[in-house]
Write a new protein. Structure first.
Length: 271
């Protein structure tokens, strides 16, 4: 975990202005699409008063909760570099903590969210148990991870974990910074969520085409698909699920499953 902490510290200052990550970019649109779909569908249930965002980065997701639902939002991250910028937006409600050892009491939050953080953690099962612990009875847990590349593009470590690297950023000297992720299947995450005592409500790993039709990708974002498609594909790597529905890119359609988002509920009778 130290390596991922170091990596995020290196590019924290350029995260929100990076061409792929800034809020008006195609990358941002496709990153948030699966979450936006579930937020809209379950908004009446998810509109909690108290929200925790784990692995918050520069609080882009946490800020959306605060802005949209007027919720009391707390956020945590392991990277002090990211926290420095996150505190500009959420101030005292951002803390440095490891997802395996959350400082909060049990049964506190209406919604606990983690976006693109769990796939960096080796002991992801314990992280999910901790998320469930701090969620109140009847509350919700939402986890978003990156759909992994094919196994042949991953390396097995000494513990038997499959890992792979992604590079979207450069450090201050212009050298690429690699993010290490663990390769896990949808079934792995579902089993871990259920083992933590949570009930899975819905799984979203829809293609970009499907999400666009459901309105989870705005029209202005959809218009940039053709223009930036090859650049995004190159940035994200040659993943098994990344297939263009039209090789000539004249339809703007994608058969890409970039994110896996799982929404679960903690039973009302949980201790």
């Amino acid at each position: 975990m130290a390596s991922i902490k170091k990596s995020y510290n290196k590019f924290a200052g350029q995260y929100d202005i990076h061409p792929y990550c800034r809020q008006d970019s195609l990358g941002s649109a496709i990153e948030f699409a699966s979450q936006k779909y579930l937020f809209r569908k379950y908004e009446i249930y998810l509109k909690g008063n108290c929200v925790l965002d784990i692995g918050t980065g520069t609080v882009r997701v946490a800020e959306a909760f605060k802005r949209t639902w007027k919720a009391k939002v707390f956020a945590s991250d392991i990277s002090k570099g990211m926290i420095k910028f996150a505190k500009i937006r959420l101030k005292e409600r951002v803390i440095a903590e490891y997802a395996l050892y959350l400082c909060w009491k049990s049964n506190v939050f209406d919604l606990v969210n983690s976006s693109w953080a769990i796939n960096h953690i080796e002991n992801y099962k314990k992280a999910i148990v901790e998320m469930a612990r701090v969620t109140r009875s009847g509350g919700y847990v939402m986890i978003t991870v990156v759909n992994p590349p094919k196994e042949s593009d991953c390396k097995k470590d000494k513990r038997g974990n499959l890992r792979y690297n992604v590079s979207l950023f450069n450090d201050s000297r212009g050298k690429p910074v690699f993010l290490e992720l663990y390769r896990r299947s949808k079934e792995d995450y579902l089993r871990a969520i259920q083992a933590a005592g949570l009930k899975v409500l819905e799984v979203s790993d829809k293609t970009l085409d499907e999400l666009q039709k459901l309105g989870a990708i705005e029209e202005k974002d959809a218009g940039t698909f053709d223009k930036r498609a090859r650049k995004v594909m190159k940035s994200l790597g040659d993943c098994e699920d990344f297939k263009l529905s039209n090789p000539k890119l004249n339809s703007g359609g994608f058969e890409m499953r970039i994110n896996l988002t799982i929404l679960a509920r903690k039973p009302a009778d949980s201790p």
